[in-house]
Design a protein around this ligand. Structure first.
Ligand SMILES: [Zn+2]
Length: 453
């Protein structure tokens, strides 16, 4: 009972009323179509009253939360959910698989001679495969980069960078160009700066480039005449840990800025380190819905605020992407980070799952990064969190989230736990767990900076 009152107090602190009647959070409607071999029921019910789905008793977590995966047959599936006197009936339709009478061939079509194109917009991804999802981005081009196209497949053109290197760019992202001539490298300069290693590389026109980063820090510029394979390789013997960089054309000059690793005060490693904390979703975007019907956006904001307090106490310079229940766009979150020249970006989220997965088989914290430079930070945060919290280790993974595809700061996204896993959800509703999560994240950042991890 004490625990119940505690949970109730937490729920009230999150401005949500506790209801211990049978409440099915997911599926969202009683009659739905779900095109999957399985789905799940997520919701809450009084833990002392047996809960049954089609006569089968299913476990209810002491917090009241439950999640239960069910198989779906093709056609109509009826589920009767009973908790004591209460009964709800769900009708879920699984459509029959559509078998196409045609076999679609989608082969690569090579051109007889290369065609000239130019990027039509900023932030155009060059990909390693002709698919527009997944972790296949090689580079991002600004508007007006001349490209040689040697083939096509589906919605993509094949961009030939040199004899051995090619990539794929969406048709919609480029326009025809009249002619193509290779560029000339005019000069390269290093510029002195307190916070960055800055290099200015002048060409007579823009060229496609791939920033490989790492040690040495390598940038390859293609279609540059007078170089082997028309490829000019810029090499900077970087010794320090990589902590953010940017590279883009300003006119026909390529400006590369590599952030210098800050002097770390071992007693106060976070002193003066600029960190952006990003509470995921907000305003019109609720994010995931937990077993007890809490919105992910509120839990994210609660942890983000605790983390801000903790980091400030340790001397960090903290910027938040939102302070309240506001709608903030993903690009605005990245822009804020870059405008403030923050070294570290931490996005706070809570996890959910697609229909074909079982919420009881997925639990714990995972940390995502996109660029390799941010992996050591992701590793350090996850290690710290899983060693200090009751949440399981759900791994460090590369993920193509817009907010972590930011190179100017070390950018990570933390999925603190699964809101549709009853146990994880109860932990995330516990203020003490959230406070400890904030401390553990701060420890993880400190350990990364001091090199303990
Ligand atoms: Zn989220």
């Amino acid at each position: 009972m004490k625990y119940r009152l505690f949970v109730l107090a937490l729920l009230l602190s999150l401005n949500i009323q506790a209801v211990f009647a049978l409440d099915i959070v997911y599926p969202k409607q009683k009659a739905v179509t779900i095109n999957s071999p399985s789905t799940f029921f997520v919701g809450n019910s009084a833990p002392e009253i047996p809960l049954k789905i089609n006569g089968q008793e299913i476990p209810v977590h002491k917090s009241g939360g439950f999640a239960y995966a069910v198989k779906l047959n093709t056609g109509k599936n009826e589920f009767v959910i009973e908790a004591g006197e209460e009964k709800q009936i769900f009708n879920i339709t699984r459509p029959a698989p559509v078998i196409s009478p045609y076999t679609t061939t989608n082969n690569e079509l090579p051109y007889e001679s290369a065609a000239s194109f130019v990027t039509a917009d900023d932030n155009v991804p060059l990909r390693s495969t002709p698919v527009d999802s997944g972790n296949n981005r090689i580079s991002h081009f600004q508007k007006g980069i001349p490209l040689l196209v040697t083939g096509e497949k589906g919605e993509f053109y094949k961009v030939q960078l040199n004899e051995t290197t090619s990539g794929w760019i969406a048709r919609k992202d480029v326009i025809w160009a009249d002619s193509f001539t290779p560029a000339k490298l005019l000069k390269k300069d290093g510029i002195n700066d307190k916070n960055y290693y800055i290099f200015k590389i002048d060409f007579d026109k823009k060229v496609p480039y791939v920033i490989e980063g790492s040690h040495p820090f390598v940038v390859k510029f293609y279609n540059v005449e007078g170089n082997p394979d028309n490829t000019f390789t810029f090499n900077f013997p970087l010794k320090q840990k990589l902590i953010g960089y940017s590279g883009e054309f300003d006119g026909n000059s390529f400006i590369l800025k590599i952030r210098k690793f800050p002097e770390i005060n071992t007693k106060r490693p976070l002193k003066n380190i600029k960190i952006v904390i990003d509470a995921g979703h907000g305003g019109e975007e609720n994010g995931a819905t937990g077993c007890l019907r809490h919105n992910e956006k509120d839990i994210n904001l609660s942890i983000a605020k605790m983390l801000a307090t903790e980091l400030k106490l340790r001397g960090a310079n903290v910027i938040m992407t939102r302070h309240g229940d506001e709608t903030v766009g993903l690009t605005d979150r990245v822009k804020l980070t870059n405008k403030n020249e923050a070294s570290i970006f931490i996005s706070i989220h809570g996890n959910a799952l697609p229909d074909n997965m079982d919420p009881n088989e997925h639990e714990g914290t995972s940390v995502f990064y996109y660029y390799p430079q941010a992996k050591p930070l992701a590793d350090s945060i996850l290690k710290s969190m899983t060693s200090q919290l009751p949440l399981a280790d759900d791994g460090v993974r590369q993920g193509s989230f817009a907010v972590v595809r930011n190179t100017e700061a070390l950018s990570v996204l933390i999925e603190t736990g699964y809101l549709i896993n009853p146990s994880d959800n109860a932990y995330l509703l516990d203020e003490e767990v959230r406070l400890n999560a904030a401390k553990a994240i701060a420890d993880g950042v400190e350990n990364f900076l001091t090199g303990k991890d």
